[in-house]
Structure formats: C-alpha cells, structure tokens
Design a protein around this ligand. Structure first.
Ligand code: C5P
Length: 219
C-alpha cells in the first residue's frame, strides 16, 4: 500500500487526541482534521431537521474550521458553534448517530478530502483503521476513564459549561462502550498503530514521544 503524509490519532473520548493533534499541526505545519467534530456537526444539523445527504452538503458548503495552537474553532453559516458542539448532549447524540452506516458513509468523503497531498493530522476513532488506512504514522492514545473525565471537566469548565465528575465519568464510560462495541468502525487500535497510554503522562511528554515517531517516519 502506498503510504500518504497523514498522522492518525485515534483513541477514546478526552484522551488528549485534540491537544496532541493541534500541537503537531502547529509545530510541523500540517493541516488538521478533528473527525469527532464532524460527527458532532452531524448531530447538531440532524437536530435542525436536515437529512443525511443534506447534512454532508451543509457541512461542505457552510462549515469553516479556524485553527490555532490552542483551539479549533468551528463556524456554521459564519456563526461560531464551537461551544455548542462541545456540549455533552451533542457528544451523546453524535455517538448514537455514529453507529449508523449512512452517517459514516455521508462523512467518509468529507474526511478523506481533508487530505490534499500536504501533511495532515487526523484524530478520531477510525482514522487509522478505516479512513486513512494508508497513513504513514498511526497513534492510538488512551488514558484511564478517571483521568479522561478530569481533562474533559477542565475543557468544559473553560467553555463555561456546568458539569459534575460522577456524571461525566458515567457519560464517558458509556460512550466508550458504545464506540468500542459497535459493528461499524469500532474504536480499536490499527494493527500498525503505536499505543500510548497517557494516564501518567503530561501533554509535553506525549508530544515529545510523538515528535520522535514523526521524525523517524517523515523526516
Ligand atoms: O471525539 P469526539 O468526542 O468529539 O467524538 C464524538 C463522537 O463521535 C464519539 O463518541 C464517536 O461516537 C463519534 N466518532 C466516531 N468516529 C470518529 C470520530 C468520532 O464514531 N472518527
């Protein structure tokens, strides 16, 4: 298989995939795909009564991603919807939709089209196993549910959303179960993925480990 200039970062909710992806994109000048946001957008637009086909079209025509080192902002029809998309309600609904074939198909080409030949870092659940099987470097990033809930709590508090830890841990565990046990594109490391358990690691440590892997594969 011809390998393409893509780094995939898969893993369960709040394992730090997004922060790692943004850091890599910033340092190496790569484009970025947060595929979870597409599933969240799907849920958001579905709630606005769009059908599967219309949703793909709406995303292609009206959604914009604005990246910085710290954040990936998402706008729909020029309105910033980042905070709405990050809510636990949308996350739950995204997870429910994501087990359906038509949903995964509707989003497949959109995801694949993020690759234009230049470097791309793509994070999600099936980036290394389905969407970018041909990626040069694959990472599976995980951490304990408690650690991930702590990280998600901080993320949601920074967005001004109210949440409590027990509910958050329960939500995260339930979502991971669903994502791992579904038939289509379950959350699994690709055979050729490097598995990183970040439960006891700082982001900088995960970053420097990943950097070494990138230098080995890309430079
Ligand atoms: O990563 P994030 O929490 O934003 O993803 C939201 C939901 O979208 C996940 O719980 C998962 O069900 C779904 N998803 C997926 N495949 C991806 C990315 C996200 O099924 N590649």
């Amino acid at each position: 298989m011809k390998k393409i200039n893509v780094i995939t970062i898969d893993g369960p909710s709040a394992s730090g995939k997004g922060a790692l992806a943004r850091g890599i994109a910033h340092k190496f000048g790569f484009n970025i795909l947060d595929s979870g946001v597409l599933y969240r957008l799907y849920a958001y637009l579905f709630n606005m009564s769009f059908s599967s086909n219309e949703i793909a079209n709406q995303i292609e025509r009206h959604v914009e991603f604005i990246k910085s080192k710290e954040k990936l902002l998402v706008s729909y029809k020029s309105t910033d919807v980042t905070s709405e998309l990050r809510s636990e309600i949308i996350a739950k609904s995204a997870s429910e939709h994501s087990s359906k074939k038509e949903v995964r198909e509707a989003l497949f080409n959109i995801q694949r089209n993020f690759y234009d030949g230049a470097g791309l870092v793509a994070d999600g659940r099936d980036m290394g196993t389905v969407v970018f099987k041909d990626a040069k470097l694959k990472i599976f990033l995980t951490a304990s549910p408690e650690e991930r809930a702590k990280r998600r709590l901080i993320e949601l508090q920074n967005l001004g959303q109210e949440v409590n830890m027990p509910d958050l841990i329960a939500d995260i565990e339930q979502r991971d179960m669903k994502d791992s046990s579904r038939k289509l594109s379950p959350l699994l490391p690709a055979e050729d993925a490097h598995i990183i358990d970040s439960s006891n690691m700082k982001l900088e440590e995960v970053f420097s480990l990943t950097e070494k892997l990138i230098k080995k594969e890309f430079i």
